[in-house]
Design a binder for this molecule. Structure first.
Ligand code: FAD
Length: 291
């Protein structure tokens, strides 16, 4: 099997200790030679600044392509485009263009009166504004607000028709569900890459809450397996084994790019890549590494 392309998602840290954790995650994972790393974006101004700061940290510590996430939440169109232009000024032309989630307690997203109402509109706006490389989100288990499976795939197609170049999927633990989704996208005429999102399970209880919020299912076999893990070490081994098996099954089915949700913890992602036989040999990726 050919070596897969890799990408890693990080989130902006909110304390000096968390910033150290981001540094060490980036330095540990950069030698695996990811095609890009991405940095998430939260609602509101402070998290926006944290995204910028995290990008600056990554660019300082490693020679990596960075993709900045960007949402339409609580911002006018021109404010949103200004944030994207700010990323460009930092040397980041890759944008993960998202609508964003409804605020806590609300079940539907309400756009700012002068803002973008969907990710497809944001992609159109970015494409008109500059030369961006745009990635969008996709949902193998269907976005919770979508009217139907086909309506959700139609929406994904609109994002590609507007100019997106690839989609990253919400994490999904059943490989067959991802593969069926990938094939349904191809049947709908989508030719661009659909990257599976792999979530290493660092903390099963916490992950259950997160999965419920974003509409990702947790298979019964996984609940039983983690239920039987007696120690943290056993749970960690299980997490690595599950993700490595999922990645192997996907690669055997022709998937050539794996996107990891690292949660700024490099260990599980590193161990999964090691289990897949992926070597960390790109020492030049780390600033200060061998030239
Ligand atoms: P959209 O593609 O606009 O879709 C949202 C919903 O509206 C879908 O149900 C879609 O089917 C429906 N829809 C859209 N347009 C139409 C239409 N014309 N007609 C009918 N239905 C329509 N959130 C953050 O806040 N920050 C992040 O950094 C972040 N990163 C993410 C990264 C990935 C890889 C993923 C998968 C999600 C991420 N999210 C992030 C979460 C994301 O913001 C939410 O899932 C959000 O609810 C939807 O965003 P979207 O870009 O998929 O929206």
């Amino acid at each position: 099997m050919a070596r897969p392309h890799l990408s890693f998602e990080f989130f902006p840290p909110h304390s000096p200790a968390a910033n150290m954790r981001l540094w060490s995650s980036v330095e540990r994972l950069a030698p695996l030679g990811p095609d890009f790393v991405s940095v998430t974006y939260g609602a509101g101004g402070t998290t926006r600044d944290r995204t910028r700061a995290a990008i600056a940290t990554i660019k300082e510590r490693a020679r990596l392509q960075v993709a900045a996430h960007l949402t339409c939440v609580d911002a006018t169109r021109s404010e949103t485009l200004d944030v994207a232009r700010g990323f460009r000024r930092m040397g980041v032309k890759r944008i993960v263009a998202l609508r964003g989630d409804p605020p806590k307690g609300a079940d539907r997203f309400v756009a700012h009166p002068d803002g973008y109402g969907s990710a497809a509109e944001l992609v159109e706006g970015l494409m008109r504004d500059g030369d961006y490389d745009i990635t969008v989100a996709a949902y193998p288990e269907v976005h919770p607000e979508a009217a139907s499976v086909s309506a959700d795939i139609d929406n994904l197609k609109r994002k590609f028709d507007a100019g997106a170049q690839r989609a990253i999927c919400q994490f999904c633990f059943e490989t067959d569900t991802f593969l069926r989704f990938r094939d349904a996208c191809a049947d709908a005429g989508i030719a661009q890459p659909i990257l599976p999102g792999i979530l290493p399970v660092e903390n099963f209880a916490k992950m259950q809450g997160f999965a419920a919020r974003c509409g990702a299912g947790i298979p019964e076999w996984m609940k039983a397996a983690f239920g039987n893990a007696q120690t943290e070490a056993e749970a960690k081994l299980l997490a690595v084994a599950i993700a490595a098996e999922q990645a192997t099954d996907m690669m055997e089915a022709g998937v050539d790019h794996l996107h990891f949700y690292t949660l700024n913890d490099p260990d599980l992602t590193w161990d999964i890549c090691a289990a897949l036989g992926l070597e960390a040999n790109d020492m030049q990726a780390v600033a200060g590494g061998a030239a």
